[in-house]
Design a protein around this ligand. Structure first.
Ligand SMILES: Cc1cc2nc3c(=O)[nH]c(=O)nc-3n(C[C@H](O)[C@H](O)[C@H](O)COP(=O)(O)O)c2cc1C
Length: 158
């Protein structure tokens, strides 16, 4: 069983979660950062399992994730499929998942996961920090990647 984990990340939280997931998946795993423009095109048909995810900004998942899913929906529907996201507001995670992926993919998915979040103030500029403090009421870095959820997601795909 060969697995692809495709993700988009801004400050690295989703990448960290994707790497933890890769360690928990059985068999060979390819990690693909959807924001890396120079990446080699991949033959998606060769994978048995595909997991796709990103993070939520201002209520939406990255465009790279949306495009990747809509361009390859027909292929994804033939695979064992996992959909995941990171977002700061855990209570809205389920809602965000529904908004981030098409109904067809959500219906077909073998695993749907909320992988937690990080607010890493060291990596944010002044303005973004201000916005986060105001909107999310977070005043210092927080690292809340949810390993339990990642484990359950991996088990559903293994
Ligand atoms: C400017 C900004 C806007 C955000 N907007 C949302 C949001 O609308 N809803 C939410 O649940 N989380 C929001 N978050 C939290 C991110 O989704 C969270 O920090 C996530 O872990 C980022 O993952 P990444 O580093 O992989 O991009 C926001 C974070 C920042 C910095």
């Amino acid at each position: 069983m060969e697995t692809l984990i495709a993700y988009a990340t801004k400050y690295g939280a989703t990448e960290k979660a994707a790497k933890i997931l890769a360690e928990k998946i059985e068999g060979p795993v390819t990690l693909m950062n959807l924001k890396e423009k120079s990446r080699e095109p991949l033959d998606l048909t060769k994978f048995d399992v595909i997991a796709v995810g990103g993070s939520i900004y201002a209520g939406g998942i990255q465009k790279e994730v949306q495009d990747f899913c809509s361009e390859n929906e027909e292929i994804f529907l033939t695979k064992k499929l996992g959909l995941f996201l990171c977002c700061g507001n855990e209570e809205l995670a389920e809602d965000q998942l529904t908004k981030s992926f098409s109904g067809k993919l959500l219906d077909r998915a073998d695993a749907k996961g909320y992988f937690g979040y990080e607010f890493d103030f060291e990596k944010m500029g002044f303005l973004i920090k201000l916005i986060v403090k105001k909107i999310s009421k977070v005043n210092e870095s927080k690292f809340r990647i949810n390993e339990e959820n990642i484990k359950a997601f991996a088990e559903a795909l293994n």
